[in-house]
Design a protein around this ligand. Sequence first.
Ligand code: ATP
Length: 361
Amino acid sequence: MKVVLENLTKRFPSRNKKGEDVIAVNNFNFEIPDGQLIGLLGPSGCGKSTTLNLISGLETPTSGKIYFGDEDVTNLPPEARGVGLVFQNYALYPHLTVEENIIFPLQNLKGDKKMTKEAMHDKAVETAKLVQIDGLMERKPKELSGGQQQRVAIARALVKIPRVLLLDEPLSNLDARLRLQTREELRRIQRDTGVTTIFVTHDQEEAMSISDLIIVMKDGVVHQIGKPQDVYDEPANLFVAQFLGTPQINVFEGRIQGGKVWIGNEAVLDVPGKADRDVWVGIRPEGFIPDENGPFTCKMDRVEVMGRDVSVVSTHEKMTGKSIRSIVSAENKFKPGQEAVRFSLKPYKVFLFDRESEERV
Ligand code: ATP
């Protein structure tokens, strides 16, 4: 089921003395293709949950439209939209067994959709198998691990075969290892069912690893939409470049002059044909090549061993942030007490942004 968001805006009345409304979602336009997993990504307060709540019907938009396929669902209540919802807090019924929790959404079906007890049991088992908890059907939620509880919540959201599955930070309460495992499971379940899924997270790595497409938001505004690798490789602006990637992209105050990028008094890269201007120079950690004759000189701080790679931590008077992190192969050797480190740069790992607008140039 494709989901279309058309000029979608949500404004909350002000609660502060200044009397300014909060525009949680600002003119969102996007068509989510059928059967894909979309990662909705951005810092806290950027409007991710509000977007999801608008799609589910828990919130009504101030303006704009929402379509499921060709059907305008903007004014439909949540129960009429056919969405499955999973939140960070699994919100399972503690007094019900796993099976009873999964069956719960089927019990209120009316008319020709009404199901017999046997049919509901079969459906619960089928769905539990999908999320691999069919061996736990008689347990109560408190007898399950966090990961198992979250899978019950997913099974409950899937049991009615939703038109759209909406997941709001579903992995936040899990420990690191379980989080990794569960996100891979989520991806598998989504592929197996083919349900169009929107997944909200503030964790860029999580979103990048399982999404077909990511939407990067800030302050209610969509900053970039694309395949995870494309957005990483071609960030539209400084915010997106900084939001994606660990360690973060290194940002320097620089300028374009005479077809070269200058940081301080060094010309670090050729950019023939680009007009002279002041820029932010973003260099991904993997964009540095240690090179005794390289054009870019930094002050060596320390080398952190990571195994296959090392992280060279250095500084520069034109850097923003606390230090420069470059990830290079451990085959590079550095001398103890070495004061300077010189680099050449991989051009495709260097991004230039207008100093004022912060848009890519
Ligand atoms: P987080 O990751 O912290 O959950 P988020 O990206 O999901 O954040 P939202 O919960 O969508 O962000 O909130 C977006 C903005 O709208 C925030 O500034 C928030 O304070 C505001 N907001 C959300 N709900 C309401 C409400 N019911 N009334 C007033 N303001 C609200």
